[in-house]
Design a protein around this ligand. Sequence first.
Ligand code: GLY
Length: 426
Amino acid sequence: MRVLLLGNGGREHALGWKLAQSNKLDLLVSAPGNPGLIELGPVLQNLDLSNTTAVATAAETYRADLVIVGPEAPLAAGVADEVSNRGIAVCGPVAAAAQLEASKSYAKQIMTQAGVATAAARTFLDPDAAEAHLAKAEGPFVVKADGLAAGKGVLVTDNRETAIRWARFCLEGRIGEAGKKIVVEGYLEGPELSVIALCDGTRAIPFPVARDYKRVSDGDQGPNTGGMGCYSPVDIPNKLVDNVMEEIIKPVLSTLAQEGIPYRGFLYAGIVLTDQGPQVLEFNCRLGDPETQVVLPRLDEDLLDILGAAATGCLPDKPLRITDKAVVNVVLAASGYPDKARTGDAITGIDKALADQHVLVFQAGTAESLNENGLITAGGRVLNVVGTGPDLATARATAYRAADKIDFYGKHYRSDIADAPLTPSP
Ligand code: GLY
């Protein structure tokens, strides 16, 4: 099979790594890709993923049998619609279904229709109305830009004035179109999990559950990021995943189907384990990043087979084979991240880290140096350093040993990934 893989982050490098293990893979083309993906096949560095016609034409040119879409923006722009209109299978939802991530108010509406547990929310277009609401609401305050804001559209704060300022900032267009509508919702208290299901339009099967660390600094301090690390497995009862599938994922899929919107591809539910049971914090219409980098190493399946099956509406009616292996991912970030990240610094030591056979390094914000051999930093989250092992403590120690061998100016990372895994509920 010939595959076109869209995206350029650690998630896509991990997808490419796992796809390359399939003996059915004839060609992997990535766009725009990264230096890690260059080692796996041709890379179309200049393909604009928001140009749905250009993407579908590239899929035709390379005679792709399957297009796999990593990030949310091309899905919201309608890449899956256009590729599938050309008769090519695509793993990723159509634009109407991608609204689950691209519009927080739409996601709330679908959850209400589907009877899914989530925080009560109100939508605002007018800054004065949002301020009047926040003036009376109980904290902590959760204010979200309605649209896609590259992980920068959510504020959670105990401070009412800060919440009001952020609401106004968004509604005045200061973060762009995404913030001209906002959702103000209740705060969900409890540990957060990433439950990702692969869907084929009617069926859905869960991938291994992961736990992500979103704040930049140890102890969940500092601003939100795209994710500074994660681990899998998470010690939760199997019944909990069954509940999420039965009470959240499947009702949402059937509600969408009733609206004439079949969902094919990954549906990611950010779940908070509240005292009242699991509730949805957010939906994403794709695999998580950095969750993918710990989930795929645990999968004992041919990824190409199962993604092809999801894209063509024929997922098997049985659970995925998952290994007992533990996997921990430590994200190495560039100086300045999550604000403006410094770029262009030489990266050394990846080969030393990879000398340990229990280590994987997935590239994200990297580029090949134009002046000399080697890699330089080219984004905020630079590398995902992944340790594997028989248990989380071993995988964690392996990941951190490897992280210490890699160097670039201003490298920073959290030192508490997987240091206090969830304890099972009684
Ligand atoms: N790690 C969170 C996300 O992918 O959105």
